[in-house]
Write a protein of this length. Structure first.
Lengths: 350, 296
C-alpha cells in the first residue's frame, strides 16, 4: 500500500506533446480510475507510472519516493495488461511464479504465494495448464494473479476488461471490486468505459486530450460535472445539450420555465439535461414539447428520442414500458434542479 | 474440421483420378529420381567408358567405400564444420541478433540495413563467388585496403584460410533469410508480453532468453531445418570460389559428390554419396521436427 503523486507530468513524442502537465494525488489504498476517450493520454499516464514509458517532464512518486529514474521492477508496482500478456510457453503456475523466481525468492515462498493468489482468484485447478487452454476470463484471472503474487504497493490495470464479452465483463468487474476490498491496495485503473469507472472507482479522473478535466467521486462527477465534456462522458445515457442561441426563439416560446432560467443568468450558452431526469407531463404542465421520433424499449425502461425542433433528437429515459405512439406530441417536465447550465467555453455555471 | 468432400467428386472415380493426376505425376517424378539414385548406388555405373553401358551390380561395395576410402568421411567433416559455422552459428545467430537489434529502431535505419542484407541474398551465386575471390586474393581489396597499408606483407586469404573465407562468404550470402524469418517472428510477439516481463523484473538478456526465444522456438526450428538442409547440399558458391581446394580443404559433400560423379565419372559411387547425404539430412530433419512440436 502506498500513495502515488504526480507533479506536472508531461509526455512528448518529438515535438508532439500528448500529456500536458498532470497533477494528481492518489491516497494509499484508493481505487482511482482514469477514464477518457481513446487518445486522451490515460494509458500513457499509466505506463509512465509503471515505468514502461519515459517521462518528458514532472515528477512521479510512489510511497513518498520519486521514481522517475527507478526501473519498473523496483517501483513496487504490478500491472495487468489489456491482452493479459501471459507468457504463452509457461504454465499458469510458472506465469505467476516468473517474477518471484527472477527475484530469487526461495522456492517454498514462491509456492506459498502462488497458491495463495490462486486460492483468492479460484484458479487452483488450472495451475498446470498452459494459457492457451484457458478461456478469456480465466486468462484475465491469471494475469491478475501474476500481479498479486508480486505483493505490489500499487496495482495498475490497463483496460483489463475490454477483451471480455459483456456478461463476463460485468462479473469480472465485481471480482475486481471485491479484490480491492480484500487486498486493500492502491489501484489505478484505466478504461474508456464509463460504467467501469462509475462502479469501481473511489475517485474518477476524467482525461481529455492530455489534460485532466475533472477529478471526483463518481457521484460528484454525475451531479456536478465541471464542463460539457465531463457531463457528456459520465453517465449511462449521454446528457442532452440544447444550444440556447441557436434555437432560442423556438425553444423558449415552447418553454417559459427555460426562458426564465436562461434570462435570469448571464452567459448561458448550453443547457444540459440528463435523459433520466425528464418526466412525462400533461400538456398544461409541460416545460418542453416535441414529437416522438424513435422509441427503444428495454422492458425495465425505455429510451424515447424526441424531435424538439432543434435538429438534434432529445433523449429521455422513461421507467417501465410506456405506451407511446410515434409522431405524436410528447410533453415533458424538467425539474429546475436537474438542469445543468454551461457558458460559451462549455464550463459549468453554478 | 470435418472432411466434407464434394459428393459429385467422390462418386465419380474418373473425375477423381483426373484431379489427382498432376499430384501423382509430381510425386512420381520425385520418387523416380530418388529411386534411380538409390538403385544405381548398388552398381558400378560410370559416366563414360565401358561401364557406362555394361554396368553391373556390386552390392554394398559403394557404401563400404564411403567408410574405407579416403574422401567421404573427410568431406563429411568439412561439411559439418561448414554447416555449423556458416548456417547455425553464422546465419542463424547473426540473423537473430540483427532482427532483435533492429526491432523498434527507426524505420529508415531498418530499411537501409535490410537492403544491404538483401543484396547478398539477391546476388547470383557465381557473381558473389567472383566478388569474394577478387576481394580476398593476394591482390584483392582486403590486402590493398587493410593489410598492406598496416605494413604487413599481403596474405592470400582465399588460399591460406579457404574454409573460413568460404564460411564467411556463405554467412554474408545467407543471413538475409534468417533475418527475415526472425524479424517476422519477433514482430509476432505481443509487445505487452515483453513489457510484462520487464515489470516482472527480467533484464534485457532474460527477456530474450526466457521469454522471446521460447515463444519463437517453432520459428527457430523451422529456420534451422531450412538452412541446415540448404547449406548441407549447397554447391555453387563453394565450387565457384575454390573448386573444393586448396587440396580438399573446402571439399564439402556436395563438391565431393560432383567431383566423384562428373570429374572422375563414378556415377555409382556418386549415387551412394547422394543417398548417404539424403539419410543424414533426413535424420537432422527428424531432429528439428521434434523441436517444432509443442511442449506437453
Amino acid at each position: 500500500m502506498a500513495e502515488v503523486s504526480l507533479r506536472g507530468i508531461r509526455k512528448s513524442y518529438g515535438n508532439l506533446e500528448v500529456v500536458h502537465g498532470v497533477d494528481l494525488d492518489i491516497a494509499s489504498g484508493e481505487f482511482v480510475v482514469f477514464v477518457g476517450p481513446s487518445g486522451c493520454g490515460k494509458s500513457t499516464l499509466l505506463r509512465m507510472i509503471a515505468g514502461l514509458e519515459p517521462i518528458s517532464g514532472g515528477e512521479i512518486s510512489i510511497g513518498g519516493r520519486v521514481v522517475n529514474d527507478v526501473p519498473s521492477p523496483q517501483r513496487g508496482i504490478a500491472m495487468v495488461f489489456q491482452s493479459y500478456a501471459l507468457y504463452p510457453h509457461m504454465s499458469v503456475y510458472d506465469n505467476m511464479a516468473f517474477g518471484l523466481k527472477l527475484a530469487k525468492t526461495p522456492k517454498e515462498e514462491v509456492d506459498t504465494r502462488v497458491r495463495e493468489a490462486a486460492r483468492i482468484l479460484q484458479i487452483e485447478d488450472y495451475l498446470d495448464r498452459m494459457p492457451k487452454a484457458l478461456s478469456g476470463g480465466q486468462r484475465q484471472r491469471v494475469a491478475i494473479g501474476r500481479a498479486i503474487v508480486r505483493n505490489p504497493q500499487v496495482f495498475l490495470f490497463d483496460e483489463p476488461l475490454s477483451n471480455l464479452d459483456a456478461s463476463l465483463r460485468a462479473q469480472t468487474r465485481i471480482e475486481i471490486a471485491k479484490l480491492h476490498e480484500t487486498l486493500d491496495a492502491t489501484m489505478i485503473y484505466v478504461t474508456h468505459d464509463q460504467v467501469e469507472a462509475m462502479t469501481l472507482a473511489d475517485r474518477i479522473v476524467v482525461l481529455n486530450a492530455g489534460r485532466i478535466e475533472q477529478v471526483g467521486t463518481p457521484l460528484e462527477l454525475y451531479r456536478n460535472p465541471v464542463n460539457t465534456f465531463v457531463a457528456g462522458f459520465i453517465a449511462n445515457q449521454r446528457m442532452n445539450f440544447l444550444d440556447v442561441t441557436l434555437d432560442a426563439n423556438r425553444m423558449l416560446t415552447n418553454s417559459p420555465k427555460l426562458r426564465q432560467l436562461i434570462e435570469g443568468r448571464a452567459g448561458v450558452r448550453t443547457i444540459g439535461i440528463r435523459p433520466e431526469h425528464v418526466t412525462l407531463a400533461s400538456p398544461e404542465r409541460a416545460d418542453l414539447t416535441g414529437t416522438l421520433a424513435v422509441i427503444e424499449q428495454f422492458g425495465e425502461y425505455a429510451l424515447a428520442y424526441v424531435e424538439i425542433g432543434t435538429g438534434d433528437l432529445m433523449t429521455i429515459k422513461l421507467d417501465g414500458a410506456p405506451d407511446l405512439q410515434l409522431h405524436q406530441p410528447i410533453h415533458m417536465a424538467i425539474p429546475s434542479e436537474a438542469l445543468h447550465l454551461f457558458d460559451e467555453a462549455g464550463r459549468a455555471l453554478r | 474440421m470435418k472432411n466434407q468432400a464434394n459428393p459429385w467428386l467422390t462418386s465419380n472415380l474418373l473425375v477423381l483420378g483426373l484431379g489427382m493426376l498432376p499430384a501423382m505425376l509430381l510425386v512420381g517424378a520425385l520418387l523416380y529420381f530418388t529411386a534411380w539414385a538409390f538403385a544405381f548406388s548398388f552398381t558400378d555405373l560410370a559416366l563414360v567408358g565401358r561401364k557406362a553401358v555394361e554396368w553391373s551390380w556390386v552390392g554394398f561395395e559403394n557404401y563400404e567405400r564411403l567408410f574405407t576410402r579416403r574422401g567421404f568421411l573427410e568431406s563429411l567433416w568439412t561439411t559439418v564444420i561448414f554447416v555449423f559455422f556458416s548456417a547455425i552459428v553464422g546465419q542463424s545467430v547473426l540473423g537473430f541478433l540483427l532482427a532483435a537489434a533492429l526491432r523498434g529502431s527507426a524505420s529508415s535505419i531498418r530499411s537501409v540495413v535490410e537492403v544491404c542484407i538483401m543484396l547478398g541474398w539477391l546476388l547470383p551465386d557465381i557473381v558473389a563467388a567472383f566478388l569474394w575471390s577478387a576481394t580476398t586474393n593476394q591482390t584483392g581489396l582486403i590486402n590493398q585496403l587493410i593489410v598492406v597499408p598496416l605494413g604487413f606483407p599481403p596474405i592470400n586469404l582465399i588460399n591460406d584460410y579457404a574454409l573460413p573465407v568460404v564460411t564467411i562468404a556463405n554467412i554474408w550470402k545467407g543471413t538475409a533469410w534468417s533475418y527475415l524469418l526472425f524479424s517476422a517472428a519477433l514482430d509476432s510477439i505481443s509487445r505487452e508480453v515483453v513489457e510484462a516481463a520487464k515489470v516482472d523484473g527480467a533484464t534485457p538478456f532474460q527477456r530474450i532468453w526466457l521469454v522471446m526465444l521460447p515463444i519463437i522456438r517453432p520459428h527457430i526450428a523451422t529456420n534451422m531445418l531450412f538452412i541446415t538442409i540448404w547449406t548441407f547440399t549447397y554447391f555453387p558458391l563453394i565450387f565457384a570460389m575454390t573448386g573444393g581446394g586448396p587440396g580438399t580443404q573446402t571439399q564439402t559433400l556436395a563438391v565431393y559428390l560432383y567431383l566423384q560423379s562428373f570429374s572422375r565419372g563414378n556415377l555409382g559411387y556418386g549415387s551412394a554419396i547422394s543417398v548417404a547425404m539424403l539419410v543424414i539430412v533426413g535424420v537432422l530433419s527428424l531432429f528439428y521436427l521434434r523441436l517444432l512440436r509443442e511442449p506437453k
